[in-house]
Ligand binder design. Structure first.
Ligand code: NDP
Length: 329
């Protein structure tokens, strides 16, 4: 079996996750990791796989089938995805929801010019959650959709707490409010405010002698991040933070509550739930499945930028169409 040759661009949490995910997909092989840092500063988990400086990608068009871009959405992907989309099939997990149309346009122009296939925003949200929202809304046109995130670590909110003077380190968890989940599951299709849907919990390591009451006030009144939520703040030691809050768990729920029947008298509820010990490792698993689709669509000449909505589920699966029909229908 000819393996799909994969290059990883960027070796952070997500890049490492892709390295692990590829081990579970024997139809793919890791050709190399490409980084902006000195290659000798990285230690991969897979013996024998080379680490290259990012510039080495120029000239490797014949050696890599699909690039998995694992950089950050804020600054890396807006520059890297359009830069490589004309020369490689690629997949990214761009997650700045408001900027997806502009990112799509930039990647699409490059991919079409080079006759390559690019799939953007292929994580879990955006990504799998987007697919479920679209599918459930199409099936139940009379209804309401809801998305809840957590319990999970939000990097953006953790960073916001770390920027407060007197804070040495912090972790922030986003948590769905149980009463809101119950209300949605009841089929009442409730109207919920921001505060009614999610709460926030912060674990903070304060600098020695810092005024904890002031830090707590600065957190719970912070506009955009915390002011619209019920927020709990706990202070703890650096050792406790590392011991108890070192992971990157996440997850969430997508619901669609609808009505069916002659008088729309019957309730129908779609519920899709993710519980993830590691957000980046799961996101990497999603990217890896979409790499297979990018390769197949690329081979079929379907050039341009795609999102998860444009990918046939069969293109994600390692099974052949015959096996899929036999095993999963
Ligand atoms: P990281 O901050 O761990 O890595 C981002 C980049 O920073 C890496 O590609 C790497 O590039 C560089 N980097 C990593 N570690 C270091 C370091 N120690 N020193 C200097 N540079 C470093 O981000 P994540 O991997 O956790 O996440 C990447 C993106 O994935 C996020 O920005 C988010 O947008 C997206 N994401 C999307 C999800 C979705 O559902 N759609 C879910 C989760 C994440 P290089 O090797 O070139 O230096």
């Amino acid at each position: 079996m000819d393996q799909i040759r994969i290059g990883i661009v960027g070796y952070g949490n997500l890049g490492r996750g892709v390295e692990y995910a590829l081990r579970q997909n024997p139809d793919m092989a890791l050709v190399g990791v490409f980084t902006r840092r000195p290659p000798s500063s990285l230690t991969l988990q897979t013996p024998g796989v080379p680490v290259y400086p990012l510039d080495a990608l120029d000239g490797m068009e014949g050696a890599v089938d699909v690039l998995l871009l694992c950089g950050g959405s804020a600054a890396d992907l807006p520059e890297q995805s359009p830069r490589y989309a004309g020369r490689f099939h690629l997949v990214d997990s761009f997650d700045t929801h408001a900027n997806i149309p502009a990112h799509f346009a930039a990647v699409d122009a490059a991919a079409r010019a080079g006759g390559k296939t690019a799939i953007i925003s292929a994580g879990w949200d955006p990504g799998l959650f987007s697919l479920v929202r679209a599918l459930a809304a199409a099936v139940l046109p009379c209804g309401e959709s809801y998305t809840f995130w957590g319990r999970g670590v939000s990097q953006g909110h953790s960073d916001a707490v770390r920027r407060i003077p007197g804070v040495r380190d912090a972790r922030q968890y986003t948590i769905p409010v149980p009463a809101a989940l119950d209300a949605v599951r009841s089929g009442a299709n409730p109207a919920l405010t921001t505060r009614q849907k999610h709460m926030r919990e912060c674990f903070v390591v304060a600098e020695e002698g810092a005024d904890r009451a002031r830090i707590e006030q600065a957190i719970i009144t912070m506009p955009h991040y915390f002011a619209d939520y019920d927020t709990t703040v706990h202070f703890l030691s650096e050792e406790e933070l590392l011991r108890d809050h070192g992971g990157l768990p996440h997850g969430g729920f997508v619901f669609r509550g609808g009505r069916t029947g002659r008088q729309e008298q019957n309730r129908a509820l779609v519920e899709f739930k993710l519980t993830l010990d590691s957000n980046p490792e799961f996101t990497a698993c999603v990217l890896t499945a979409f790499a297979r689709a990018a390769f197949r669509l690329g081979r079929a000449g379907q050039a341009g930028c795609k999102t998860v909505f444009d990918i046939p589920p069969a293109a994600l699966s390692p099974l052949s169409p015959e096996e899929l029909r036999r095993q999963l229908l």
